[in-house]
Design a protein around this ligand. Structure first.
Ligand SMILES: [Zn+2]
Length: 97
């Protein structure tokens, strides 16, 4: 990737907090503090610390260490497609009773 393309990508990047509302719609809980791990490099981070790209047909969350795609979310009128194959896991808190 050349330098100017890299700069453009950085300009479009926000952090994972930008998709907090979308994640809350999917999981029905606050997700930004959720621990996750990159399947490519093993970096551990909270969802809110991932690099978020939202200027696409869907939202893309990338690893802040190696920039691999960890999570893709695409919404259509009838469905939400959630692809987390780039994440080893998402650790969701259980509701306290
Ligand atoms: Zn990584």
């Amino acid at each position: 990737m050349n330098e100017s393309k890299m700069d453009l990508n950085r300009e479009l990047m926000v952090d994972g907090n930008a998709v907090a509302g979308l994640l809350q719609e999917i999981f029905a809980i606050e997700m930004t503090a959720t621990p996750t791990e990159c399947a490519n490099c093993g970096n551990a981070a909270e969802v809110g610390a991932l690099q978020a790209y939202t200027q696409a047909p869907g939202a893309v969350l990338r690893c802040p260490a190696c920039e691999s795609v960890m999570i893709r979310i695409v919404q259509t009128p009838n469905h939400i497609y959630f692809d987390a194959r780039g994440a080893v896991r998402l650790t969701l808190p259980r509701e306290k009773k």
